[in-house]
Design a binder for this molecule. Sequence first.
Ligand SMILES: *Cc1c(COP(=O)(O)O)cnc(C)c1O
Length: 362
Amino acid sequence: MSRTTVATIHLGALRHNLARIKAMAAPAKVMAVVKADAYGHGLERVARALAQEADAFAVAALGDGLRLRAAGHRQRIVVLSGPDQPGDIAEMQRLGLDAAIHHEEQLRWLAEATPARGLLRVWLKVDSGMHRLGFAPERTADIHARLATMPGIDREIGLLTHFAESEVFDGTETLAQMACFNDATRQLQGPRSLSNSAAVLGWPDARADWVRSGGLLYGLSVVADKTGADFGFRPAMTLSTRLIAINHIKRGERIGYNGTWTCPQDMPIGVAAVGYGDGYPRSAVAGTPVLIGDRQVPLVGRVSMDLITLDLREAPLAKVGDRVVLWGPQLPVEEIAAQAGTISYDLTCGMTRRVLFVEDEH
Ligand SMILES: *Cc1c(COP(=O)(O)O)cnc(C)c1O
């Protein structure tokens, strides 16, 4: 019996999800966002699964672009935060990576860069209201003109912005950001990209030339009370472990660290070999469901580093060695995230090194 926590990555689900995003976004092209080790699913694994169909990949930083090139991918790769230091520019040129340019400092590095072989492709990032990365909208035309005269830069300059709350389908913020971006870029040539996953679902007018989708690739939704499956996407990760003990505990006894949960009757308590040391959220509250066979049973007591404790009253046939599913197609990670006060992305990104990754074709 293995005590290892296993993350099974469903390659068929990844392919299905990308095909669905492409169909929804058409005629826009799709950047498959594989930052943060492909939202915890494994960068090289996901890129391999999507290599045929992804129009481009998007990563947060240069190092991930290097890994994708090392794995042999020839697609466009957009580095969403661009160069972090002057030396990154030559490296991006060498690797043929697209650079998002969002800050004055990067313009200075570009102007001072010694022209290398090959043109650097850039995306000018406009801050249309999120106030994280990007140039103020009124500066867009000026920055574009400066980029256009720099040697070593591809003449086709992309235009990019990012939404702060596109998952709020009845809100006004996304409309305001779209209007801001459209005003700022109206006179400019070049491919445009506004949408993240939630915008692909809720804001068809924002599809433009390229959408940048991460969450939906993995079947994950950040829309309140909706799972990826509710929109026709398939979860790409199942996290599972084993039941390693069943103990019969007396009424009134308290379970786990600090005894936060008290047995209301004499009852069986299961112990499963997973904890926050694997990336299962310590903030998951009592009542958070796990699956044993086809039975959902609630977590009780604190999540500890290596173990969780379960109320087995509704699973009388459970036995030591049974597989326990923490999330997956039958138990949406969005539901677990809600119980832990976070979003699904946070959970899949949080898998630690002791989790064993396996793949299936399904
Ligand atoms: C992470 C990220 C995305 C993808 O967001 P999803 O919600 O996962 O689709 C798109 N664009 C930028 C700039 C990002 O940082």
